[in-house]
Ligand binder design. Structure first.
Ligand code: CO
Length: 139
């Protein structure tokens, strides 16, 4: 059901330092910081040849990653995102197999302008999982 790994999201306490680490030490291509107030984060995209890493930093008072950084002050992997061809079919299959879909279960438009859902980390070995419906996964 799942297709490619779309991205790994890493919450970081210092976006400038994390960007420099990926750009200068690891030699990766990194974007400028992009504020996404509707998602409560500022993101730096790290472009790899086969996937992306997204460096996330809280933006605003109600950031969904603020609590994560309080529990993990040095930063950490926040979620992984897998591509699916049909997000509603994926949701229904996951639910039928006992996985918990977060929120009201209706896909939201995510950081890439595509429908996403999040799955409970306790059902995926301690890892928050995002699924994203992409045209590539449907092809
Ligand atoms: Co994501």
């Amino acid at each position: 059901m799942i297709g490619r790994l779309n991205h790994i999201a890493i919450a970081v306490p210092d976006l400038t330092a994390a960007t420099a680490l990926y750009r200068d030490t690891l030699g990766a291509k990194v974007s400028a910081p992009i504020a996404q107030p509707e998602h409560g984060v500022t993101v730096v995209f790290v472009e790899l040849s086969n996937t992306k890493v997204e460096l996330l930093h809280p933006l605003g008072d109600k950031s969904p990653i603020a609590g994560f950084l309080e529990r993990n002050p040095a930063g950490g992997i926040h979620h992984v995102c897998y591509e699916v061809a049909d997000i509603l079919a994926a949701r229904d299959k996951l639910r039928a197999d006992g996985a918990r879909v977060l929120g009201d279960g209706e896909p939201k438009i995510g950081a890439h302008g595509l429908p996403v859902l999040f799955l409970h980390p306790k059902d995926f070995y301690g890892t928050l999982v995002e699924i994203e419906q992409t045209a590539a996964a449907a092809a």
